[in-house]
Design a protein around this ligand. Structure first.
Ligand code: NAD
Ligand code: MG
Length: 389
């Protein structure tokens, strides 16, 4: 029996994780669930999964949750705030941590899980993008096991040899081929992109996801973050990671070897597949995802991304090549710009412009510890805010 903490259980990934866990009560029990503000949803989850602990974002939310839990006759302990998130991620009684908080807010608890040597199922790509080497070092120092949940990275993980050690050349890997759907604006006239609404941007053709990652998919910053994520997870350089547009989202990514072989992982676009894969690894368990019927899909298409349409993808490659604090700045600037777009304070095309201007403005520096990292993150956020106002 494995005890699991789900950071961000009320989100899209969190709910898919609980769906998979509910299919295997003999293998998994829930140690802790966390949510930022959706208290009622969290209370329902507590009723179904009976965690020992539940963590929310504020004292008021904690009070409200305690009341709801008492009314249901539950004894789940309630806590709030970042320290509590770190505690449930690193607790001795927890074996596995699903890191599914969105954005930089997930860094501290994900790092706590890494430092405590947990099996970490990483959905929260922003945490890895912003902290890079520091995160990888924490994992290797503690002996934690880092398994990718992002569908592309989970696919790549499945296409690499067992026991792969972040050295592509050592196992004959030539390239990682990261597939991208192209999002909702793949074919939309570029000159009309300035006027798209948040509702249009979050209407992804293939995946149902949280709002932030949906906007990232529309700008293709999501793929840019994934290029950086692939760099840290698999030790591949920028030139060894190639993005291929594949609108059907059936091939979740590929690995190309020096002998000419290309291995791919395919499946219906449903995050329960990578979640079940990482949960049970190296075994396989049912995920609830139906079998793939290629005869229904009929055709798979592939094209190269157009960087004029998707400048965020280029900005992310630039940040990876620049190194140091660049990816931290890119990620922070993107988070603030995306939120401003969702709040209808800026237009869609301002997202890439604000990120580019912030990256131009801030000098690069080495990021040698978490405090320096958080300082860069904060500086980038303030810079974007001042550019917006
Ligand atoms: P979501 O918005 O649906 O859920 C986010 C979760 O994080 C919620 O439970 C929310 O309560 C919690 N949260 C938000 N802000 C918080 C804060 N400040 N402090 C603590 N908790 C907070 O997002 P999602 O789509 O589930 O994505 C989660 C992560 O997984 C993201 O990093 C995303 O990039 C990644 N991811 C998601 C998908 C997907 O299909 N949804 C696929 C690949 C990767
Ligand atoms: Mg992905």
């Amino acid at each position: 029996m494995q005890n699991i903490t789900i950071l961000g259980s009320t989100g899209s990934i969190g709910m898919s994780t609980l769906d998979v866990l509910a299919r295997h009560p003999e293998r998994y029990s829930v140690y802790a669930l966390t949510a930022h503000s959706r208290v009622e949803q969290l209370a329902e989850q507590c009723l179904q999964f009976k965690p020992k602990l539940a963590v929310v974002g504020s004292a008021a939310a904690a009070q409200q949750l305690s009341k709801l839990l008492r009314a249901k006759g539950l004894h789940t302990e309630v806590a709030y705030g970042e320290a509590a998130l770190c505690e449930v991620a690193g607790a001795d009684a927890c074996d596995v941590v699903m890191a599914a908080i969105v954005g930089a807010a997930g860094l501290a608890p994900s790092l706590a899980a890494a430092r405590a040597g947990k099996k970490i199922l990483l959905a929260n790509k922003e945490a890895l993008v912003m902290s890079g080497q520091l995160f990888i070092d924490a994992v290797s120092k503690s002996g934690a096991v880092l398994l990718p949940i992002d569908s592309e990275h989970n696919a790549i993980f499945q296409c690499l040899p067992h026991g792969y050690q972040r050295q592509p050349a050592a196992v004959g890997v030539e390239k990682i081929l990261l597939t991208a759907s192209g999002g909702p604006f793949l074919h939309r006239a570029v000159e009309t992109l300035g006027a798209v609404t948040p509702a249009e941007a979050i209407a992804h053709p293939n995946w149902v996801m949280g709002r932030k990652i949906s906007v990232d998919s529309a700008t293709m910053m999501n793929k840019g973050l994934e290029v950086i994520e692939a760099h840290w997870l698999f030790g591949a350089s920028a030139s060894q990671i190639e993005v291929v547009i594949h609108p059907q989202s059936v091939i979740h990514s590929m690995v190309s070897y020096i002998d000419g072989s290309v291995l791919a992982q395919l499946g219906n676009p449903d995050m329960r597949t990578p979640i079940a894969n990482a949960l049970a690894y190296p075994e396989r368990i049912a995920s609830g995802v139906g079998p793939l019927d290629l005869t229904v899909i009929g055709q798979l298409q592939f094209t190269r991304p157009d960087l004029l349409r998707f400048p965020c993808l280029k900005l992310a490659y630039d940040a990876l090549l620049a190194g140091g604090s660049a990816a931290t700045i890119l990620n922070a600037a993107n988070e603030v710009a995306v939120q401003a777009f969702l709040d209808e304070k800026i237009g869609f095309r301002m997202i890439d412009q604000l990120i580019a201007r912030t990256m131009d403005k801030l000098p690069l520096c080495a990021v040698t510890d978490i405090d320096a990292l958080l300082e860069q993150d904060q500086l980038a956020r303030e810079t974007v805010q001042s550019l917006i106002s």
